[in-house]
Write a protein of this length. Structure first.
Length: 94
């Protein structure tokens, strides 16, 4: 899959330059692993991680968006359009 748009500025900088400023240092290795899996997978059916990632689609007003747990309440969330990831965000959404 390809990442087409990123909402979180520090996450965008991390993806473009590997500069982790603005991201909690203890989350960086997990973010790197999750992003690597997303980029190498042909679709969400091929995305697999440990049970702690809690990969699932959101419901309600965010129906159709995907969520992957990073740590505690922090998640990577995104929408899919065919094989493209849009609006990738790093957020505390609970």
């Amino acid at each position: 899959m390809n990442i087409r748009s990123v909402r979180h500025k520090a996450l965008l900088r991390f993806l473009e330059t590997d500069d982790a400023r603005g991201l909690p240092s203890d989350h960086v290795p997990r973010l790197r692993n999750i992003i690597s899996v997303l980029l190498s997978a042909p679709d969400m059916g091929a995305v697999a991680g440990p049970p702690g990632w809690r990969i699932h689609q959101l419901k309600g007003v965010r129906a159709g968006a995907w969520s992957i747990s990073v740590s505690g309440n922090w998640r990577l969330t995104f929408r899919l359009n065919e094989q493209d990831i849009h609006d990738l965000d790093y957020e505390d959404y609970h």
